[in-house]
Design a protein around this ligand. Structure first.
Ligand SMILES: C[S@@+](CC[C@H](N)C(=O)[O-])C[C@H]1O[C@@H](n2cnc3c(N)ncnc32)[C@H](O)[C@@H]1O
Length: 249
């Protein structure tokens, strides 16, 4: 089976993450109370500073904050910010004179993230409802872009990396965790549902890294790789894994 066209993918993904925002189910097949609560990549001492409506909708595949250090006063943008987990943790690192923007296209996620922000009393985070290939953020205004398990969901990854390059300052960093493939998926795995679950929209690792370089990034480094769901009943799941990447403009 083949997946829908780009407009339909955006609609399907928005519907999927609307459901997550209202039901607090996890996206990526880990335990059901949120990725961060079940991942050693998120230290418990950081999670206790948050609230369940942040951690329980966490749907990442790594922790982009571990890739490089965010410095005080920096401007950070999180592509596909969901319930806001990485924005809230980043805002502690930028300090009150830094700024963190979360961009997400799903209105229910933006609504949830804004409620979470209010409950946490955080001032220096702002959520923007937009697609990540058209953020509306000024060119060359950002020090760091984060993204956690999102770009695989976008229909056109190269436009996302071009947008990241456009808004980053010179020497700005792209710190992303995402799902990539070590081999092409069989036709039966390529479905709309698997796209929404961060599987069939994923690129081969080499194509993913090439797309970042093609957008203009001078240095593209793989920081870590991790087998994603080794216990799956599907043989093809062995080709799916998560990756952490640091790229510099
Ligand atoms: C798998 S969740 C990850 C959320 C968050 N990064 C986290 O770690 O919890 C994907 C999020 O990206 C958003 N998203 C997916 N595709 C997008 C796109 N093309 N533009 C903007 N947001 C998108 C979804 O609405 C959803 O909130």
């Amino acid at each position: 089976m083949q997946t829908s066209d780009n407009n339909q993918i955006i609609i399907n993904v928005t519907n999927r993450y609307t459901d997550l925002a209202v039901s607090s189910n996890d996206c990526c097949g880990e335990e059901s109370n949120g990725y961060a609560n079940n991942s050693p990549e998120y230290p418990k001492e950081e999670l206790v500073t948050l609230i369940p409506t942040v951690t329980e909708v966490s749907a990442g595949c790594g922790n982009p904050l571990t890739i490089s250090t965010i410095r005080p006063n920096e401007t950070v943008v999180d592509f596909g910010s969901g319930g806001g987990i990485d924005c809230f943790l980043a805002s502690k690192q930028t300090g009150p004179n830094g700024k963190v923007y979360g961009v997400d296209m799903t209105p229910a996620m933006i609504n949830l993230a804004n409620k979470n922000k209010e409950k946490l009393g955080i001032q220096n985070v702002e959520f923007i409802e937009n697609q990540i290939d058209q953020t509306g953020i000024a060119s060359e205004s950002v020090d760091v872009i984060l993204s956690n398990c999102v770009i695989n969901l976008a229909p056109d990854k190269s436009n996302v990396f071009k947008e990241a390059f456009r808004i980053l300052k010179n020497q700005g960093r792209l710190q992303i965790c995402d799902i990539v493939l070590s081999g092409n998926l069989p036709d039966e795995a390529i479905t709309d549902d698997n796209w929404c679950h961060c599987l069939s929209g994923a690129l081969l690792k080499a194509d993913y890294l090439e797309s970042i370089s093609d957008a203009g990034f001078t240095s593209v480094e793989t920081i870590s790789e991790r087998v994603y769901q080794p216990d799956s009943e599907h043989e093809w799941m062995k080709s799916v894994y998560s990756i952490s990447i640091l790229a510099t403009k």
